[in-house]
Design a protein around this ligand. Structure first.
Ligand SMILES: Cc1cc2nc3c(=O)[nH]c(=O)nc-3n(C[C@H](O)[C@H](O)[C@H](O)COP(=O)(O)OP(=O)(O)OC[C@H]3O[C@@H](n4cnc5c(N)ncnc54)[C@H](O)[C@@H]3O)c2cc1C
Length: 276
């Protein structure tokens, strides 16, 4: 929504924003390409003028909600530099195959966008911005949302851990009755609350002074880290999960062991069966 809200024409805003705000139209944001990720300036997707129309050709990759979207904001190279285009997803030449077997963020659909001679009217371009400033300012907004999303996931992880620790009985009582388990849960709760406060502070600063890229990047890189540390408490449980994961990705069974009896450092080595 932000790209249309910040850089769209009145016509584009009226057509899409009320429906998107109501949730009756879904949008997606197409910047990343197979060979252009962190460096969006190297994008290959191109838009050329053909009479009054624009014609778009290219590929976008890893696009959240691509296959369920009604409208895509697609960034493309033009003679005037990088421009954004509002592309209804039922336009001939547009398709969005879903990317399967994702390892994370599985609550949302991620897709490829294929643009094969997608013809759009001259009014489809976002008039309010040229160059990389357009997509990069959208990313700053997105990072703010990611910070909250990560904290939502962290809250779910904390609640699940708390509920399990209350139900799981060992040595005649729930494991939440042991102080070491309580310390882990307290740690999770503290990290969760610190992350929420950081996101809240960022929101207030955004209302007050606007969003600087460095501020939203700090929040989006800090809060998912908190979620990760919260969701995977240190120790054997985490080691077992990590071992299964590394076996799956490398095909080699692994064992996790403490590298030092006094320090919480964990080391991954091929398991004895794999060494044989
Ligand atoms: C689940 C998911 C959803 C996504 N949704 C969208 C979306 O809706 N729209 C969209 O446009 N994109 C989306 N993306 C794409 C995402 O924005 C890109 O993954 C991101 O820009 C990084 O690009 P890349 O994956 O090609 O990694 P690369 O650019 O190939 O980078 C690989 C690694 O190298 C590091 N690296 C690269 N350059 C440097 C450098 N100069 N200095 C130090 N380290 C560097 C990166 O940090 C990274 O760790 C999504 C990705 C995922 C996984």
């Amino acid at each position: 929504m932000y790209a249309i809200h910040a850089f769209g024409s009145e016509e584009q805003k009226e057509e899409w924003l009320p429906r998107m705000a109501a949730g009756t139209a879904i949008g997606c944001f197409g910047l990343t390409e197979p060979d252009s990720g962190s460096d969006p300036g190297s994008m290959r997707t191109a838009a050329r003028r053909d009479g009054d129309d624009w014609v778009l050709d290219g590929r976008k990759m890893w696009i959240t909600n691509g296959s369920v979207a009604d409208v895509a904001v697609v960034w493309a190279r033009t003679e005037d530099g990088i421009r954004g285009f509002v592309v209804p997803t039922d336009t001939p030449g547009f398709s969005a195959p879903a990317i399967k077997h994702k390892m994370s963020l599985r609550a949302s659909v991620t897709s490829e966008l294929v643009l094969d001679s997608v013809r759009l009217p001259g009014s489809a371009v976002l008039p309010g911005v040229r160059g990389l400033r357009g997509p990069l300012s959208c990313l700053s907004e997105a990072r703010y949302g990611i910070a909250w999303g990560a904290m939502g996931a962290a809250r779910s992880a904390f609640r699940a851990a708390l509920a399990y620790a209350g139900e799981r009985v060992q040595f005649g009582r729930p494991i939440s009755g042991f102080q070491l388990t309580q310390a882990k849960l307290t740690d999770m709760s503290l990290e969760l609350n610190k992350g929420v406060l950081l996101a809240l502070h960022l929101g207030r600063t955004k209302d007050d002074r606007g969003l600087r890229p460095s501020r939203s990047a700090t929040a989006s890189s800090t809060t998912p880290g908190r979620r990760w540390r919260s969701a995977v408490p240190r120790g054997p449980c985490w080691a077992r999960t990590a071992s299964r994961w590394s076996t799956r990705s490398s095909g080699t069974p692994t064992t996790w062991s403490r590298s030092s009896p006094t320090r919480a450092r964990w080391r991954c080595t091929p398991s004895s069966s794999a060494r044989r």
